[in-house]
Ligand binder design. Structure first.
Ligand SMILES: C[S@@+](CC[C@H](N)C(=O)[O-])C[C@H]1O[C@@H](n2cnc3c(N)ncnc32)[C@H](O)[C@@H]1O
Length: 337
């Protein structure tokens, strides 16, 4: 039976505190908090909820990864079984970092836009860079990567999520802007907003990809930056091959993967078809390559975009997890040899 002495229990103390709404102890999916915590100063209730949601997302990451790891293992063992029974092709051979093949080509990812991104977008940017490296590892000819403007915001995410990045092969992590290390005459900034359409990827040019996730908030940002610096720009010739139903601004990793595929096939259409996700190709028209059409949609966010980005994030997270597993295996193999 409840008595007055119950007020000394923690639960009763919370109830007591609830008389002042700012100090009242609250609960968000298991996280205890109150509005008067210094980290919430000046934030609206919605902003506090978003912060708690992010905190929960970060806290539950190890469990999510574990579940994915187990699902991945199960999928692989299913596929192996199918292969052993003669019902499926063999599993693709694991790519070893040591087997990477490099030509002379170089690309820059301009990561100087952290101030324009939310925390979630910086996380997504990091995941896209992991995908770039992962694609580079299995490419026929890898492209040397310079991550320029590599600042603390991005570095913190790498340190936390993918600490093995310091061992990535042929990647320069440069906190300085690219102008310090590259001859301006050799640079071409890739931008969907450029009037120039790339015909090929010239071997002696260094192509820059804008390292930003902005859901098209900053239209023309990279084009304007390049023009102001006197750097040439070019868009990928997507319009000559595909009339996309949505805007033709691609993500950083998609552009990088298209570059890798072009270097492999010397065929834009093949490169686009192998990299651009099916959901983006849905409802689009595919040409033979002799029509030249300008089908830029006016930067309007189509409804799919948010979802597409989330799916991309998810795929990138999985990639990161697979990558970590592969690297671990390679490291233990090397240790055994
Ligand atoms: C998500 S986009 C960034 C969009 C940003 N608003 C801007 O100003 O470029 C990331 C980068 O991928 C490259 N990119 C995306 N779509 C492209 C296209 N169709 N042609 C050439 N480069 C493209 C550009 O380098 C771009 O900066």
């Amino acid at each position: 039976m409840a008595t007055e002495t119950d007020l000394t229990t923690p639960q009763a103390a919370d109830t007591n505190a609830s008389q002042d709404p700012s100090t009242q102890l609250r609960n968000y999916k298991g996280i205890q908090y109150s509005y008067d915590e210094p980290r919430f100063k000046g934030l609206s209730k919605n902003a506090i909820k978003r912060l708690l949601k992010d905190q929960l997302w970060d806290q539950t990451r190890p469990q999510r990864l574990q579940v994915k790891r187990e699902k991945h293992k199960k999928r692989i063992s299913e596929k192996r079984k199918q292969y052993e029974q003669g019902n499926a092709p063999p599993l693709p051979k694991r790519v070893k970092t040591a087997d990477m093949v490099f030509g002379n080509r170089k690309a820059i990812i301009d990561c100087s836009f952290s101030d324009l991104m939310t925390k979630k977008e910086i996380d997504s940017m990091q995941a896209q860079l992991v995908r770039c490296y992962s694609a580079n590892r299995s490419a026929k000819e890898a492209i040397h990567l310079n991550i320029s403007g590599f600042d603390d915001a991005l570095k913190t995410v790498f340190d936390k999520r993918t600490p093995s990045y310091t061992n990535w092969r042929n990647v320069d992590w440069d906190p300085e802007p690219y102008e310090k290390s590259f001859d301006k005459e050799k640079l071409v900034y890739l931008s969907a907003d450029s009037d120039v359409v790339a015909k090929e990827l010239e071997e002696d040019k260094v192509y820059i990809i804008g390292g930003i996730v902005d859901k098209n908030r900053y239209k023309g940002l990279c084009q304007d930056k390049a023009v102001a610096a006197g750097i040439a720009t070019a868009q990928l010739p997507i319009g000559e091959y595909i009339k996309l139903a949505s805007r033709k601004v691609l993500t950083v990793n998609q552009v990088y993967e298209i570059m890798l595929k072009w270097v492999e096939h010397r065929d834009w259409k093949k490169a686009f078809m192998e990299v651009i996700p099916l959901r983006k190709l849905k409802d689009s028209e595919i040409f033979d390559g002799d029509e030249s059409q300008d089908q830029a949609k006016d930067g309007q966010e189509d409804e799919d975009d948010d979802e597409a980005l989330q799916q991309e994030d998810e795929a990138a997270r999985q990639e990161e997890e697979i990558q970590a597993a592969q690297e671990q295996q390679e490291e233990s193999q090397i240790a055994q040899e």
